[in-house]
Design a protein around this ligand. Structure first.
Ligand SMILES: [Cu+2]
Length: 292
């Protein structure tokens, strides 16, 4: 019987590790390669932590299997009267398995700090590169104006996107905090230039939602009352999924949108198209000639 329990507890971790190893090939892993430089760094962190956890997991499970084997006596009738091997607490062991995890956790905490800063601390954002990207799309802004190219407002159950409109001279206006008459709107369709860090302001109109670009490894909660800046950089001109990662109500599943990373020219052309659609009054400029 002791062999049974020993093998039983050895089987599950073996199955877990085997499944994890097979998962990428079966498509049960990440939704493709990280599609942004920051996403790649987040993946690297994930794999580092996964390796540490795997070593700890295999180590503890092997320890468990060994103790079960070493501690149990056979339960055959002639051996059943023997007492199981029994040990009491060990001070040295307690210290070892407290100190080693503490060191590992501290290492992870310090090691990931600059990735976290780049992702979420405003002063570490790649500001210069963002300004260059804004110049490329010909946006006229002062240093005080927002770096964001769009405002994304989550609400039950869609993403409302607000872009700045155009000046009379054809340049793009900066995105203002409050809606402007010239602003351009879209729903569930976020367009931004690719291959450059760009910023959006995230808000929510009602409950808490979560802005999630799985391929870019970007996830940020939208919190009522806050405007949260997020920067992102898509490696390629491509269409990505935009999802809500917070169960926000009965229509949560409807918040599946798309994020189109495209060239600067296509981005401007897209805004021009929104402008044309919004200004369309469906009245012909030239009235039909009357018979009179
Ligand atoms: Cu939602």
């Amino acid at each position: 019987m002791k062999w049974f329990w020993c093998l039983f507890f050895a089987f599950w971790p073996t199955l877990t590790v085997a499944l994890c190893l097979a998962s990428p090939g079966l498509g049960w892993w990440f939704p493709g390669e990280a599609a942004s430089p920051l996403g790649q760094r987040i993946d690297d962190l994930f794999y580092l932590i996964l390796i540490i956890c795997t070593i700890a997991f295999i180590g503890t499970q092997a320890g468990l299997a060994y103790v079960l084997f070493r501690g149990a006596y056979d339960t055959e009738p002639e051996a059943v009267t023997k007492k199981a091997w029994h040990s009491h607490g060990s001070h040295e062991l307690e210290v070892i398995w407290s100190v080693i995890p503490a060191i590992v956790l501290l290492f992870i905490a310090f090691y990931q700090m600059d990735v976290w800063a780049e992702y979420r601390v405003k002063s570490a954002f790649p500001r210069d590169k963002m300004e260059t990207a804004l110049k490329r799309v010909n946006q006229k802004r002062t240093t005080k104006d927002s770096l964001a190219l769009a405002e994304v407002t989550a609400r039950q159950f869609e993403w409302l996107i607000r872009y700045p409109g155009f000046n009379d001279d054809g340049t793009l206006k900066p995105l203002m905090k409050d809606p402007q008459p010239t602003d351009l709107y879209a729903v569930n369709d976020l367009h931004l230039p690719a291959s450059a860090p760009v910023m959006i302001n995230l808000r929510t109109m009602d409950v808490q939602h979560s802005f999630f670009l799985p391929e870019l490894r970007i996830k940020q909660d939208a919190v009522p009352g806050l405007t949260i800046p997020i920067w992102l950089e898509a490696n390629k001109q491509q269409t990505y999924q935009l999802l809500c990662a917070e169960l926000c109500g009965w229509g949560h599943y409807k918040m599946k949108a798309r994020f189109v990373a495209e060239s600067d020219e296509n981005f401007i052309e897209y805004l021009r198209q929104l402008e044309r659609e919004q200004n369309e009054d469906r009245v012909d400029d030239e009235p039909e000639p009357s018979d009179e």
